[in-house]
Design a protein around this ligand. Structure first.
Ligand code: ADP
Ligand code: ASP
Ligand code: MG
Length: 442
């Protein structure tokens, strides 16, 4: 069994959907995971924002605008009149549902139910396309098997049991189709795996079924050595280890949802990144195979808050760091980076939701300083402890920019640097020039 996940641009137009239909139409058994058509999730979030604001006129206009975009999709997607009619009914059912939220109080739960329409629409319309093309396929509702617990973590046991049951209901097919991103939460309500979460759906399904490969099909030729949105002359990295890819995804490489690698790594299932527009390109393979190279890739994560705690009580004391960490544990706030000196500790978080309470408690331990609008730059390369002399290029590259923190030695594959977000793009460009001289050749 293979998992093939197609992202928003891969199903972004009727032409792209037809291209996906021919890509998946092979004898091999597979689960196809689809995202919403590109732009839809953002549009649904905007509709929800208007509903929160009580601006029903604006919400209504946006709903009808999106509905008519989908009518165009339906017109371009199908050949036969009756299939077009069925497609239009699918579209109307979802947009009438959204319209039902126009009057009355609007809550987070309702927002999630609206945002889920994107993946429900794309999979139902795609399923209809396969039926029209006489390609046998079953649509398995993700809301029947994908579930998170009360901490927002996937409920692995539930997912495995229920996914297997859903597949057994329609055994003997080669193509099973399902929604990425959406799930139910511990209360049975519609929820999701956070933005970009369809990648995570694919790897959770892959791990649940012990798949042979998890393929993430997107709009670029695999994992690039740097962020192509900010840096020119990036190039695909053909091979990455699970550990390397996990660091890059966690520290901001948008091509993969930050948690995608974990389920695959646990079950040792290779993850292949492929380009839907260029299916013959080999893309990137992520596996347990580690090929050392001085520098492999760079990524950046924004929205970081740095916290510095200075306390003379830390001097020669044991248990001080435990007290600091306990505060973050109580507020379920993960720490990304940490460095210490004789009497101070600096750390970073990416979720400021509970920052006021955290700061209140940290103030009992010492003097606290906070700096927002920070970015972590993650450089993945060969930083194994027995090596010498591999990092100077990083500091040469960045010697014109203020560096706030450095984390080195935590992982043999990663060196992380904290900088002001306003310097991020420059830092990524400078690192590209210094660490990947091959990019300067033409
Ligand atoms: P999808 O809709 O298929 O999930 P995404 O937009 O989530 O696609 O991810 C693909 C995009 O990620 C690329 O188009 C590219 O702009 C961006 N990206 C950021 N960092 C990288 C990287 N290191 N390698 C490749 N793409 C990257
Ligand atoms: N449609 C969702 C999003 O835009 C999930 C995904 O694309 O992976 O975030
Ligand atoms: Mg994505």
């Amino acid at each position: 069994m293979k998992i093939m996940k197609f992202g928003g641009t891969s199903v972004g137009t009727s032409e792209r959907m037809r291209a996906v239909a021919s890509l998946i139409n092979t004898e091999e058994k597979k689960i196809v995971v689809l995202s919403a058509m590109s732009g839809t999730t953002n549009a649904l979030i905007e509709i929800s924002s208007a509903l929160y604001a009580g601006d029903t006129r604006e919400a209504g206009l946006r709903i009808e605008k999106l509905r008519s975009t989908y009518y165009d999709v339906v017109n371009g997607l199908y050949q036969k009149k009756e299939t077009k009619n069925s497609g239009k009914s699918i579209v109307d059912a979802h947009f009438d549902y959204i319209n039902g939220f126009i009057n009355g109080a609007f809550t987070r739960t309702q927002e999630k139910a609206i945002v889920a329409r994107g993946e429900l629409l794309s999979t139902e319309l795609f399923h209809l396309l396969l039926l029209e093309q006489k390609i046998s396929c079953a649509l398995i509702p993700a809301l029947n098997f994908m579930r998170i617990d009360k901490y927002g973590e996937p409920d692995i046991y539930y997912i495995e049991e229920n996914l297997r049951r859903e597949l057994e209901k329609q055994s003997g097919l080669n193509i099973y189709l399902t929604q990425g991103f959406i799930c139910r939460n511990a209360f049975g309500e519609i929820d999701n795996l956070k933005r970009g979460g369809s990648d995570y759906t694919a790897s959770l399904i892959g791990a649940a079924l012990n798949a042979t490969e998890i393929q993430i099909w997107t709009d670029i030729n695999g994992f690039h050595n740097n962020d192509p949105r900010f840096v020119e002359k990036t190039f695909p990295v053909r091979e990455l280890s699970f550990d390397e890819a996990a660091e890059l995804a966690y520290f901001g490489a948008k091509i993969l949802h930050p948690s995608t690698i974990n389920p695959a790594r646990q079950k040792n299932i290779p993850v292949r990144l492929k380009n839907t527009m260029d299916p013959d390109d080999p893309g990137t393979i992520i596996s347990q195979n580690y090929v050392p190279k001085d520098y492999k890739a760079v990524a950046a994560k924004d929205g970081i808050t740095a916290i510095r705690i200075k306390s003379y009580r830390m001097l020669m004391a044991y248990g001080f760091l435990r007290k600091v960490f306990e505060i973050f544990e109580v507020y379920r706030t993960p720490i990304d980076m940490i460095t210490t000196s004789e009497v101070s500790v600096s750390l970073t978080i990416d979720n400021p939701e509970n920052l006021p309470q955290i700061l209140k408690e940290l103030n009992n331990l010492g003097h606290v300083e906070v700096e927002e609008n920070q970015s972590i730059i993650c450089i993945v390369g060969d930083f194994r402890p027995e090596r010498s002399g591999s990092a100077p290029e990083i500091f040469e590259a960045l010697n014109t920019l203020p560096i706030k923190m450095i984390a080195y030695g935590g992982s043999p594959y990663n060196l992380s640097i904290l900088i002001d977000t306003k310097n991020k793009v420059r830092a990524l460009q400078l690192l590209n020039e210094h660490l990947f001289p091959e990019t300067n050749e033409n």
